[in-house]
Design a protein around this ligand. Structure first.
Ligand SMILES: [Zn+2]
Length: 169
């Protein structure tokens, strides 16, 4: 398994090697990334899977993995997810992580994250307070959002690194 911490750190419990400790101190990785890396390693071992990053907001943890890795990480009948949810005490969603370059990637990300609600599009908004993204969701899908819309906005903003708002049309 490929993770943001090294193989030695995946196998240990409490301490990090100096290199990974520095990444944590510098904010390149978070405590959550370390925790999820180790939990996934216990579940998946040496499987050909990449864990990229995790973000949390409210009662939701979103785990970002490599292309095509989602089914393996979720596990048969969702068994890995169920274990993660029990250990974390939060809801868990697994999506493909991608490098955000613009609205195309944000649309793909929002489509995965907000499923089964449909994403109509993503707009860039230039406001006096700065640039932000507006994810357009069909109003009749409002009840299908997988979490509170503020929680989802928080998660999207953390992944994108700029404010993201959800707007119903
Ligand atoms: Zn390490």
């Amino acid at each position: 398994m490929k993770a943001p911490i090294c193989e030695v750190c995946l196998k240990t419990e409490d301490i990090l090697c100096p290199a990974d400790e520095k990444k944590l101190q510098d904010g390149v990785i978070s405590e959550l990334d370390v925790k999820i890396s180790r939990m996934l390693y216990k579940l998946l071992g040496d499987a050909d899977v990449e864990f990229k990053k995790a973000v949390e907001a409210g009662d939701l943890v979103v785990i970002m993995v490599g292309e095509g890795n989602v089914p393996l990480v979720i596990g048969k009948g969702g068994k890995n997810i169920k274990l993660l949810m029990r250990e974390l005490g939060k809801r868990v969603r697994v999506i493909e992580g991608l490098e955000i370059k613009g609205t195309d990637e944000i649309k793909k990300l929002a489509t995965d994250l907000l499923y089964p609600a449909s994403v109509f599009g993503v707009n860039v908004v230039y406001a006096p307070s700065g640039q932000y993204y507006k994810v357009l969701v069909i109003r009749r899908d409002q009840q299908k959002l997988p979490a509170r819309h503020e929680t989802l906005e928080d998660i999207l903003s953390k992944i994108v690194g700029l404010d993201v708002k959800i707007s119903f049309i």
